[in-house]
Write a protein that binds this ligand. Structure first.
Ligand SMILES: Cc1ncc(COP(=O)(O)O)c(C=O)c1O
Length: 438
């Protein structure tokens, strides 16, 4: 009888007993190819440099509260991140995960406008079908109806414009670029509706992960978003918790779109699973407003800047940058895409294969021609997850792709060390899992 409160009370989970490269091994010795539980493991499960960094740090100093002391790994990690960060990002606020990063971003945006004498700026605009985390502020920003529903009466009022979801929402008669401009312009319309002096931030994922299944914006979309934010003095918060840290082929996903945010959130791949860590990066201008104003950001958690977590992440980011692993994610991602095309390109129930780098999505449909989703009562995504586990494959199927209820997709986020043989293994396990379900 377990006393653990699990995610699902009716699930019967294997015990994770070991990890080796791209594989997780359970207590019975069964091996699972880890292609992205939730896009955490970018270096695999047995990276010697990261393991050593954690061990060394625990021996030196495990914890010192960031209200009293800083630490060498926190300082070095912030330097390294800023060395590679886009635009004017200049300061790093460490947290322990993705929701803490987005929560901190929302609060920092608010405090920035207080410090700069614009207290009426309070509205956050985000997008439908996005996910920014599960704490109440982050959940308020998220646009996924299913995740929000039961907490709706407690959520902060935020508004949501359309996602940039070309496959399902672009009319056939409209060009890709025009579609992107049109949905980006919804931001301007929403700012004008709310009152330009009352909007503080727009928040979006450069490549939408959990809720849409690796959907990048079309070309020109984020450039237009950046223009609108500049025009109305609205901060752009990019949430790269899932798509960042090299997964899409760039260390920072927004580099692909050639835009830089005012605030950027990362987590998952930052610690690569070796430690729970996230971070919020902000521009020098935002930091200076706090420094020259009240002098402190009215926020904080006990474990921010944890020495062992930052030591692990420092080793991770060194691995990513020194071995040029984001570029490898780009190359191997193209191979995964080609393999998926070959296996599922003509599959009657695969509507779309998409993504960037090693962040790939497969949208499942009941009819390729009409793009009609499966009846949600069939529970396709849940069944695919189970069938894949039985095959020894961990992937991330999710339901509600279209509107929080209808639609199913499979998200794939393999470690950047994946090899050609493992791509074949991924595709053949997925083929068997899909044919067991559909
Ligand atoms: C884009 C995005 N933001 C935020 C979060 C929340 O991160 P965490 O689960 O670490 O709190 C996630 C988690 O999946 C995410 O994908």
């Amino acid at each position: 009888m377990s006393h653990v409160f699990p995610r699902h009370t009716k699930s019967d989970l294997p015990i994770a007993a070991g990890g080796e490269g791209c594989y997780l091994i359970d207590a019975q010795g069964k091996r699972y190819l880890d292609c992205g539980d939730a896009a955490v493991s970018c270096l695999g499960h047995s990276n010697p440099a990261v393991i050593r960094a954690v061990q060394d740090q625990v021996e030196q100093i495990a914890f010192a509260h960031s209200g009293f002391m800083t630490s060498e790994p926190a300082e070095a990690l912030a330097d390294l991140l800023i060395q590679h960060a886009p635009g004017d990002l200049d300061r790093v606020y460490f947290v322990s995960g993705g929701s803490e990063a987005t929560e901190a971003a929302i609060k920092l945006a608010r405090q920035y406008f207080l410090e700069t004498g614009q207290p009426e700026r309070r509205h956050v605009i985000a997008r439908k079908q996005s996910y920014h985390g599960n704490t109440l502020g982050a959940l308020s920003a998220g646009g996924n109806a299913w995740r929000r529903a039961q907490f709706a009466p407690m959520l902060i009022e935020m508004t949501h414009i359309s996602a940039c979801y070309e496959y399902a929402e672009k009319p056939e008669s409209e060009g890709s670029f025009d579609y992107g401009q049109r949905v980006a312009n919804e931001l301007e319309a929403e700012i004008l509706r709310l009152g330009p002096d009352t909007v503080m931030a727009f928040m979006a994922e450069p490549v939408v992960g959990a809720t849409l299944g690796a959907v990048p914006a079309v070309e020109g979309y984020f450039k237009r978003i950046r223009e609108i934010c500049n025009q109305y003095g609205v901060l752009l918060i990019l949430d790269e918790v899932m798509c960042g840290m090299g997964r899409t082929g760039h260390l920072f996903a927004c580099d692909h779109d050639d835009v830089a945010p005012d605030i950027l959130c990362i987590a998952k791949g930052l610690g690569a699973g070796y430690q729970p860590i996230g971070a919020m990066l902000c521009t020098g201008a935002i930091y200076d407003a706090i420094r020259d104003g009240s002098g402190f950001f009215q926020h904080g958690h006990t474990y921010i800047g944890h020495p062992v977590a930052t030591a692990a992440a420092l080793a991770v980011v060194r691995e990513l940058t020194e071995r040029d692993l984001p570029a490898r994610a780009g190359v191997m991602g193209d191979k995964v895409h080609s393999a998926l095309e070959a296996a599922f390109g003509q599959h009657p129930n695969v509507g779309d294969l998409r993504g960037r780098g090693l962040f790939r999505g497969i949208e499942l449909v009941s009819d390729r021609g009409t793009k009609a989703p499966f009846d949600p009562s069939l529970g396709i995504a849940g069944k695919v997850k189970k069938a894949a586990m039985a095959e020894g494959l961990i992937c991330y199927p999710m339901a509600g792709t279209r509107d929080g209820r209808n639609g199913d997709h499979i998200l794939l986020a393999p470690p950047f060390i994946i090899g050609d043989a493992q791509i074949d293994e991924l595709v053949s396990k997925l083929e068997r899992a899909l044919s067991a379900v559909i």
